[in-house]
Design a protein around this ligand. Structure first.
Ligand SMILES: Nc1ncnc2c1ncn2[C@@H]1O[C@H](COP(=O)(O)OP(=O)(O)OP(=O)(O)O)[C@@H](O)[C@H]1O
Length: 398
């Protein structure tokens, strides 16, 4: 048995370039072939229409480590995984992988579509280096894990996307690989299956190195203890601070524009401001926060029912502040209203949040006004955590 902290994946200076147009790419292919024969290949330079899909990527992964690979569409994540899995050759750099590799890269890739699920289990098992006898002993566990016993003798080409990913993950996981590579495919599984995958990855992790690509920061933060952020093929951040990697990823997609979703002309929202005790828009964790609203009543003579929503950077609503205390109070048409909403000890974690406002004539009636992303504010804190709240609790030893 190898020591627990042995390096299973070692990637050094890995680069891969592609060409943006097919004709030129084929011509470069021919040139490269001759250059390689003459032994003077100049792989590190880009020619017209070429670009780096992966550039100078290096990292190491040990047993028990799960690397989350994140980045915008086209950042180079799948290309990197395909190089790791030996599906494409890099132009520069090296990859060293120890042990058995289980990979779920493209939906249905690795399956022969005209063979049944059962036959594909034997094929994939053989590719992973298992004998027929070994696969026989794992067959039932794979079929049960995938929950597709009814359809196991049906050709894989007739499987739904979810069924394909179930079978692929079941094979990869039940074969107990040393290195498990998972591309975004889990996104097509239903919640029940995703939860099962999380549990399985938790169980495998002590003996496995996992590389996991996802656009879901919820999944990344749930299972990864290392993170790599790719930006146009280059590593923007690589390290153990998963929250920092996620925060940097979010910064690439900052949405600063507000949008009115609904406005029936009853009210004009003039301004919305979020301010800290110190009077600026950066709030320290556990500090008091004030939201100042200024609006004009155009066609209403009673205070509307107002819901102030706080959204996180992934546009998940994390808090709601309703004005139960003051709605329905008498006002007059054409009056200007200034409202302060005071929130004590805000315990949201570090990051950028946005405000949305919805107003109703009455608690139970349809909205008369809704605007998203009206303004943003930042919470600063000593530590960067993924969950939305870090509660100021008292710990007592009893
Ligand atoms: N075979 C290929 N030939 C030419 N360009 C390619 C090829 N494969 C990938 N690319 C390009 O390389 C870049 C990286 O693609 P890749 O699929 O690795 O991105 P990704 O980070 O996985 O994106 P996504 O989040 O959309 O899955 C993209 O610009 C893509 O168009």
């Amino acid at each position: 048995m190898e020591p627990n902290n042995d390096i299973l994946v070692k990637v050094e200076g890995l680069s891969k370039k592609f060409c943006k147009d097919l004709k030129t790419s084929l011509w470069y292919g021919v040139q490269d072939l001759f250059a390689a024969v003459r032994g003077n290949a100049n792989e590190r330079q880009l020619r017209p229409k070429e670009f780096w899909a992966v550039k100078d990527v290096s990292f190491e992964l040990r047993r028990g480590e799960c690397l989350g690979l994140i980045g915008h569409n086209g950042a180079g994540k799948s290309t990197l995984l395909k190089i790791l899995n030996g599906l494409i050759n890099p132009d520069a750099g090296s990859v060293t992988i120890k042990g058995k590799v289980g990979a779920l890269i493209e939906l249905g890739a690795g399956f022969n579509p005209i063979l049944s699920g059962r036959e594909n289990i034997y094929n994939n098992g053989a590719i992973l280096g298992f004998t027929r006898k070994e696969i026989d002993t794992k067959l039932d566990a794979i079929i049960d894990f995938a929950e597709i016993r009814e359809f196991i003798d049906m050709p894989v080409q007739h499987y739904s996307s979810g069924m394909k990913v179930r079978l692929g993950f079941a094979i990869a996981a039940q074969m107990e690989p040393d290195v498990l590579i998972i591309d975004e495919v889990l996104a097509v599984g239903d919640l029940g299956f995703v939860l099962k995958c999380f549990k399985t990855i938790d169980q495998l992790l002590p003996n496995t190195a996992v590389i996991f690509v996802s656009h879901s920061m919820v999944m990344i933060s749930r299972i990864c203890n290392d993170i790599m952020l790719l930006n146009h093929g280059e590593v923007q951040y690589c390290g153990k601070n998963v929250s920092k990697g996620i925060e940097l990823y979010y910064k690439t997609f900052a949405n600063k524009e507000g949008n009115v979703v609904f406005d029936d002309g009853s009210i004009e929202l003039i301004s919305c401001q979020v301010i800290s005790e110190g009077g600026n828009d950066i709030i320290n964790w556990n500090e008091n926060l004030m939201i100042k609203l200024h609006f004009r009543m155009l066609n209403l003579d009673k205070m509307p029912f107002i819901k102030v929503f706080i959204f996180d950077k992934e546009e998940r609503p994390v808090a709601l502040i309703p004005n139960y205390d003051m709605y329905n109070q008498e006002t007059s048409i054409a009056s200007n209203i200034n409202v302060s909403v005071n929130i004590s000890n805000i315990q949201l974690t570090m990051g950028v949040y946005s405000i949305a406002i919805e107003m109703h004539e009455d608690n139970n009636k349809n909205p008369i006004y809704r605007q998203n992303n009206i303004c943003t504010f930042s919470v600063s804190a000593e530590h960067d955590y993924w969950p939305a709240f870090c509660l100021d609790a008292t710990w007592v030893v009893n």
